[in-house]
Design a binder for this molecule. Sequence first.
Ligand code: MG
Length: 304
Amino acid sequence: MPEDEDSMVVERPDDIEVPPPSEPYTLIEPFEFFNDSSGISKKCLIILNQSIRDMNLRRLWPNTRLHICADGGANQLYDYFEHENERSKFVPDFITGDCDSVTNEVKQYYILKGTVVIPQYSQYSTDLTKSLMLTKIYFHSETLRLKLYEGIEPDNGLSELGQHLEVSVATPVYVYMLGGIGGRFDQTIHSINQLYKLNQSDPHLQIFFVSHSDMIFLIKKGLNYIQYERKSLFNTSKKAPICGLLPLSNTPITLNTHGLKYDVINWTSSMVGNVSSSNGICGTNGFIVNATDDIVMNASIDHY
Ligand code: MG
């Protein structure tokens, strides 16, 4: 693919200061998940059915207010702890999904500890999307939230309840998903698919997938400032933490960045052309991405 004539790649030192843009921008704060001292009012943790062994759950759990296990995610949570006295301190608020994976033993255990189980047998949505619907209801309507504890029609009740939802809140809900990426490939692609689709249907939900090695999220069309208190919050490497800008939609995207190891200027990226992988994060408190369309980003994390 021919390069744009004025496109450029500029190499930066590992640490540079990048202040927020002076024009209006979208603020993205993926690494607030690791910030033990940040406010937790609208943060949710969703555990999907994939091993979470490598996650520092003990530290990350208190950083979110709402805890949901998507079906077999409850088994993963249960198995994470070896000792009962510790396990009993990490009880999810809800278990939802089609309940074809959560074991009876695990389900009964959490019910006795106070977890509300909301089975949703419909096969027209996944355990992941059911958990997200639950998150929306929980944070966006106090009236509908109460209904979650009163019994929900077990086929598609959450989705029907969600139809009555009026989302007029300007403050985003931060949703951190454990286990959506890096396991079964169709599930990984479903997760990416959700990143794109939810940004269209529910832009107030800021979705962050957390794997044992990466934080994966969507950079939105337009000017974005990705902000954090300090890089060591999510990556303790002395070098610039590895990142990638991944154009997984079907349109070519023109990128301008400031604060990456290899900053790009008027650089066109697509799955049949250039992809900025193995890049690095240099901005000490943030970096800027200006994109002509939504694009997926991964940033390498080591939160141990
Ligand atoms: Mg299931």
